[in-house]
Ligand binder design. Structure first.
Ligand code: FE2
Length: 260
Protein backbone atom coordinates (compact mmCIF):
# COMPACT_ATOMS: atom_id res chain seq x y z
CA UNK A 1 0.00 0.00 0.00
CA UNK A 2 1.36 3.41 -0.96
CA UNK A 3 2.12 5.86 1.83
CA UNK A 4 -1.03 7.74 2.86
CA UNK A 5 -1.48 11.40 2.13
CA UNK A 6 -2.63 13.67 4.93
CA UNK A 7 -4.86 16.69 5.28
CA UNK A 8 -5.01 18.80 8.45
CA UNK A 9 -8.40 20.15 9.52
CA UNK A 10 -9.47 22.90 11.92
CA UNK A 11 -12.93 24.32 12.53
CA UNK A 12 -14.77 27.11 14.30
CA UNK A 13 -11.81 29.16 15.40
CA UNK A 14 -14.05 32.18 16.23
CA UNK A 15 -11.33 34.81 16.39
CA UNK A 16 -12.26 38.26 17.71
CA UNK A 17 -10.48 41.59 17.76
CA UNK A 18 -10.05 41.18 21.53
CA UNK A 19 -8.57 37.67 21.21
CA UNK A 20 -11.18 35.91 23.38
CA UNK A 21 -14.69 34.49 22.93
CA UNK A 22 -17.02 32.76 25.43
CA UNK A 23 -14.25 32.74 28.01
CA UNK A 24 -11.57 31.10 25.87
CA UNK A 25 -8.49 32.61 24.21
CA UNK A 26 -9.44 31.78 20.64
CA UNK A 27 -6.55 33.62 18.98
CA UNK A 28 -4.00 31.85 21.18
CA UNK A 29 -5.70 28.52 20.49
CA UNK A 30 -5.36 29.03 16.74
CA UNK A 31 -1.66 29.72 17.28
CA UNK A 32 -1.40 26.50 19.30
CA UNK A 33 -3.17 24.49 16.61
CA UNK A 34 -0.93 25.88 13.88
CA UNK A 35 2.15 25.05 15.95
CA UNK A 36 0.96 21.49 16.65
CA UNK A 37 -0.01 20.82 13.04
CA UNK A 38 3.38 22.12 11.87
CA UNK A 39 5.19 20.02 14.49
CA UNK A 40 3.38 16.72 13.99
CA UNK A 41 1.85 16.91 10.52
CA UNK A 42 3.98 19.35 8.57
CA UNK A 43 3.81 17.00 5.59
CA UNK A 44 0.04 17.39 5.21
CA UNK A 45 -1.02 18.54 1.74
CA UNK A 46 -3.24 21.33 3.05
CA UNK A 47 -5.06 22.53 6.16
CA UNK A 48 -8.79 23.10 5.77
CA UNK A 49 -10.68 25.52 8.02
CA UNK A 50 -14.39 24.63 7.95
CA UNK A 51 -15.88 28.01 8.79
CA UNK A 52 -16.62 30.41 11.63
CA UNK A 53 -13.03 31.55 11.34
CA UNK A 54 -14.13 34.70 13.17
CA UNK A 55 -16.90 35.19 15.71
CA UNK A 56 -18.42 38.40 14.31
CA UNK A 57 -16.60 39.26 11.11
CA UNK A 58 -14.23 41.94 12.40
CA UNK A 59 -11.51 42.88 9.85
CA UNK A 60 -8.90 42.74 12.64
CA UNK A 61 -9.90 39.15 13.40
CA UNK A 62 -9.58 38.14 9.73
CA UNK A 63 -6.17 39.78 9.62
CA UNK A 64 -5.16 37.64 12.60
CA UNK A 65 -6.48 34.47 10.93
CA UNK A 66 -4.49 35.29 7.79
CA UNK A 67 -1.32 36.16 9.73
CA UNK A 68 -1.40 33.06 11.94
CA UNK A 69 -2.36 30.52 9.26
CA UNK A 70 0.39 31.90 7.00
CA UNK A 71 2.80 30.14 9.41
CA UNK A 72 1.45 26.75 8.35
CA UNK A 73 3.93 24.84 6.18
CA UNK A 74 1.08 23.86 3.83
CA UNK A 75 -1.65 25.86 2.05
CA UNK A 76 -4.58 26.96 4.22
CA UNK A 77 -8.03 26.52 2.67
CA UNK A 78 -10.30 29.11 4.36
CA UNK A 79 -14.04 28.34 4.41
CA UNK A 80 -16.91 30.55 5.53
CA UNK A 81 -19.41 29.86 8.33
CA UNK A 82 -22.53 31.54 9.66
CA UNK A 83 -20.56 33.79 12.03
CA UNK A 84 -18.42 35.13 9.17
CA UNK A 85 -19.11 38.14 6.97
CA UNK A 86 -18.41 37.32 3.34
CA UNK A 87 -16.99 40.71 2.27
CA UNK A 88 -14.46 41.07 5.08
CA UNK A 89 -13.65 37.36 4.84
CA UNK A 90 -12.80 37.42 1.13
CA UNK A 91 -10.81 40.64 1.49
CA UNK A 92 -8.42 38.96 3.94
CA UNK A 93 -8.73 35.31 2.91
CA UNK A 94 -9.42 35.04 -0.83
CA UNK A 95 -10.47 31.58 -2.01
CA UNK A 96 -7.62 29.41 -3.30
CA UNK A 97 -8.00 27.18 -6.32
CA UNK A 98 -10.87 27.34 -8.78
CA UNK A 99 -13.55 29.46 -7.08
CA UNK A 100 -17.00 30.94 -7.63
CA UNK A 101 -16.88 34.65 -8.30
CA UNK A 102 -19.31 35.77 -5.59
CA UNK A 103 -18.94 33.06 -2.97
CA UNK A 104 -16.21 31.51 -0.82
CA UNK A 105 -16.80 28.24 -2.67
CA UNK A 106 -13.85 26.58 -4.37
CA UNK A 107 -12.16 23.42 -5.60
CA UNK A 108 -8.63 22.51 -4.56
CA UNK A 109 -6.84 19.61 -6.27
CA UNK A 110 -3.85 17.51 -5.20
CA UNK A 111 -3.00 14.52 -7.39
CA UNK A 112 -6.18 12.52 -7.91
CA UNK A 113 -7.87 14.18 -4.91
CA UNK A 114 -10.37 17.00 -5.34
CA UNK A 115 -11.54 18.95 -2.31
CA UNK A 116 -14.83 20.75 -2.93
CA UNK A 117 -15.14 23.43 -0.24
CA UNK A 118 -18.65 24.88 -0.12
CA UNK A 119 -20.10 28.22 1.01
CA UNK A 120 -23.28 27.61 3.06
CA UNK A 121 -23.35 31.11 4.59
CA UNK A 122 -26.81 32.72 4.47
CA UNK A 123 -26.54 36.34 5.63
CA UNK A 124 -28.75 37.17 8.59
CA UNK A 125 -29.38 33.64 9.81
CA UNK A 126 -27.47 31.02 11.77
CA UNK A 127 -28.66 28.14 9.64
CA UNK A 128 -27.11 27.57 6.23
CA UNK A 129 -28.31 27.49 2.64
CA UNK A 130 -27.04 26.49 -0.78
CA UNK A 131 -28.84 28.48 -3.47
CA UNK A 132 -29.24 27.42 -7.10
CA UNK A 133 -25.93 28.97 -8.19
CA UNK A 134 -23.93 27.14 -5.54
CA UNK A 135 -25.71 23.83 -6.22
CA UNK A 136 -25.14 24.17 -9.98
CA UNK A 137 -21.44 24.83 -9.36
CA UNK A 138 -21.30 21.69 -7.19
CA UNK A 139 -23.12 19.62 -9.82
CA UNK A 140 -20.67 20.74 -12.52
CA UNK A 141 -17.65 20.02 -10.32
CA UNK A 142 -18.92 16.55 -9.39
CA UNK A 143 -19.41 15.80 -13.09
CA UNK A 144 -15.91 17.06 -13.89
CA UNK A 145 -14.47 14.96 -11.04
CA UNK A 146 -16.16 11.70 -12.06
CA UNK A 147 -12.79 9.93 -12.40
CA UNK A 148 -11.22 11.51 -9.32
CA UNK A 149 -11.54 11.06 -5.54
CA UNK A 150 -13.78 13.74 -4.07
CA UNK A 151 -13.95 15.02 -0.52
CA UNK A 152 -16.63 17.62 0.22
CA UNK A 153 -16.34 20.17 3.01
CA UNK A 154 -19.22 22.37 4.25
CA UNK A 155 -19.77 24.40 7.42
CA UNK A 156 -23.39 23.37 8.10
CA UNK A 157 -24.24 19.65 8.43
CA UNK A 158 -27.11 18.76 6.07
CA UNK A 159 -29.78 17.95 8.63
CA UNK A 160 -30.60 17.15 12.25
CA UNK A 161 -28.07 15.21 14.36
CA UNK A 162 -29.98 15.03 17.68
CA UNK A 163 -28.14 18.05 18.98
CA UNK A 164 -31.13 19.83 20.54
CA UNK A 165 -31.25 23.53 19.73
CA UNK A 166 -28.51 23.15 17.14
CA UNK A 167 -30.77 20.97 14.99
CA UNK A 168 -32.74 24.12 14.13
CA UNK A 169 -29.73 25.87 12.58
CA UNK A 170 -28.32 23.21 10.26
CA UNK A 171 -28.29 23.42 6.44
CA UNK A 172 -31.87 24.33 5.51
CA UNK A 173 -33.60 22.45 2.67
CA UNK A 174 -30.68 20.00 2.23
CA UNK A 175 -32.48 17.58 -0.12
CA UNK A 176 -30.99 18.80 -3.42
CA UNK A 177 -27.49 18.88 -1.89
CA UNK A 178 -27.81 15.34 -0.55
CA UNK A 179 -29.21 14.08 -3.85
CA UNK A 180 -26.18 15.51 -5.69
CA UNK A 181 -23.75 13.87 -3.28
CA UNK A 182 -25.61 10.57 -3.47
CA UNK A 183 -25.50 10.64 -7.28
CA UNK A 184 -21.70 10.94 -7.42
CA UNK A 185 -19.68 7.73 -7.38
CA UNK A 186 -16.54 9.87 -6.90
CA UNK A 187 -17.71 11.32 -3.59
CA UNK A 188 -15.95 9.56 -0.72
CA UNK A 189 -16.61 11.62 2.37
CA UNK A 190 -18.31 14.73 3.78
CA UNK A 191 -16.69 16.92 6.44
CA UNK A 192 -18.69 19.50 8.43
CA UNK A 193 -18.05 22.20 11.03
CA UNK A 194 -20.58 24.32 12.92
CA UNK A 195 -21.66 22.07 15.80
CA UNK A 196 -18.52 22.32 17.99
CA UNK A 197 -18.97 18.65 18.85
CA UNK A 198 -17.60 15.37 17.46
CA UNK A 199 -20.33 13.55 15.55
CA UNK A 200 -19.96 10.83 12.89
CA UNK A 201 -22.64 9.09 10.88
CA UNK A 202 -24.23 8.53 7.49
CA UNK A 203 -26.86 10.73 5.83
CA UNK A 204 -28.63 9.23 2.80
CA UNK A 205 -25.64 6.96 2.28
CA UNK A 206 -23.08 9.76 2.60
CA UNK A 207 -20.59 9.25 5.45
CA UNK A 208 -19.76 12.38 7.41
CA UNK A 209 -17.84 13.62 10.44
CA UNK A 210 -17.89 16.86 12.41
CA UNK A 211 -15.06 18.18 14.59
CA UNK A 212 -14.67 19.91 17.94
CA UNK A 213 -14.18 23.66 17.69
CA UNK A 214 -10.82 25.23 18.34
CA UNK A 215 -12.63 27.89 20.37
CA UNK A 216 -15.48 27.19 22.84
CA UNK A 217 -17.25 23.83 22.89
CA UNK A 218 -21.01 23.14 22.96
CA UNK A 219 -22.74 20.82 25.41
CA UNK A 220 -24.51 17.70 24.07
CA UNK A 221 -28.01 18.18 22.69
CA UNK A 222 -29.82 16.94 25.79
CA UNK A 223 -27.87 19.41 27.93
CA UNK A 224 -28.44 22.55 25.84
CA UNK A 225 -32.11 23.49 26.05
CA UNK A 226 -31.92 27.31 26.12
CA UNK A 227 -29.38 29.45 24.26
CA UNK A 228 -29.61 31.91 27.16
CA UNK A 229 -27.94 29.27 29.34
CA UNK A 230 -25.04 28.79 26.95
CA UNK A 231 -21.83 27.96 28.77
CA UNK A 232 -18.83 26.37 27.10
CA UNK A 233 -18.18 22.98 28.73
CA UNK A 234 -14.71 22.15 29.93
CA UNK A 235 -13.78 20.03 26.92
CA UNK A 236 -10.50 20.16 25.03
CA UNK A 237 -10.40 21.69 21.58
CA UNK A 238 -9.12 19.47 18.79
CA UNK A 239 -7.83 19.56 15.25
CA UNK A 240 -8.36 16.82 12.69
CA UNK A 241 -5.94 14.76 10.63
CA UNK A 242 -7.46 13.10 7.56
CA UNK A 243 -5.34 10.18 6.35
CA UNK A 244 -6.04 9.24 2.74
CA UNK A 245 -4.67 5.95 1.37
CA UNK A 246 -5.52 4.10 -1.84
CA UNK A 247 -8.25 2.03 -0.19
CA UNK A 248 -9.28 3.92 2.97
CA UNK A 249 -9.71 7.17 4.78
CA UNK A 250 -9.10 7.51 8.51
CA UNK A 251 -9.93 10.64 10.48
CA UNK A 252 -8.19 11.45 13.73
CA UNK A 253 -9.26 14.15 16.17
CA UNK A 254 -6.23 15.15 18.22
CA UNK A 255 -6.48 17.30 21.36
CA UNK A 256 -4.75 20.63 21.61
CA UNK A 257 -2.09 20.17 24.26
CA UNK A 258 -2.70 22.39 27.30
CA UNK A 259 -5.14 24.71 25.50
CA UNK A 260 -4.98 28.44 26.19
FE1 FE2 B 1 -19.02 28.00 15.21
Amino acid sequence: MAAPRKLAWISDTHLTASGTVEGVASTARLEQAVDQIARYHGDALACIGTGDLTDRGEPEAYADVARITARLPMPFLPMIGNHDLRGAFRAALPPPGEAMEDYQQFRWDAGDLSLLCLDSNSPGEDGGRLDTARLEWLEAQLADCADRRVLVFIHHPPGALWLGLQDGIMLHEPEAFLALLKSSAALEYLFCGHVHRPVSGVIRGVPFTTLRALAHQVRPGHALTDWADFVSPDERPAYGVIWVADDRIAIHADDIEEPA
